[in-house]
Design a protein around this ligand. Sequence first.
Ligand SMILES: [Zn+2]
Ligand SMILES: [Zn+2]
Length: 118
Amino acid sequence: MLKAMAAELNCNACRNRVGLASMRYSKDGKGLICESCYNKQNSGVSIKIKQQEFSRPIDTSPKKKVEFYCRNCSFKWSRALDFRGPKLCPSCGRDTIMYNLPNDADELLRELDRMDDV
Ligand SMILES: [Zn+2]
Ligand SMILES: [Zn+2]
């Protein structure tokens, strides 16, 4: 009976009594913790990273369409505003492109232009 008691320790995280064989050293310096708490620590890190990856596409999901118009050949087309925008007309190949932007999108396009300068 006494031997069995000695082989158990309190987990420093959840305070449950756990057999010494399933104790682990905590990564955040708490000392010995049980196996399930150790697994929670490790999986908690990866869950946080996954949530950050998830929030990104949600923020940018409403894609704005931008209409382009070529002054040279009058060619018209539209693309989603999630790429840098064309420099040359796909029809005649000249850089005479006009942008027809929704009102709140010109700030976004300035961002895109600045990316091109780098
Ligand atoms: Zn525990
Ligand atoms: Zn053109």
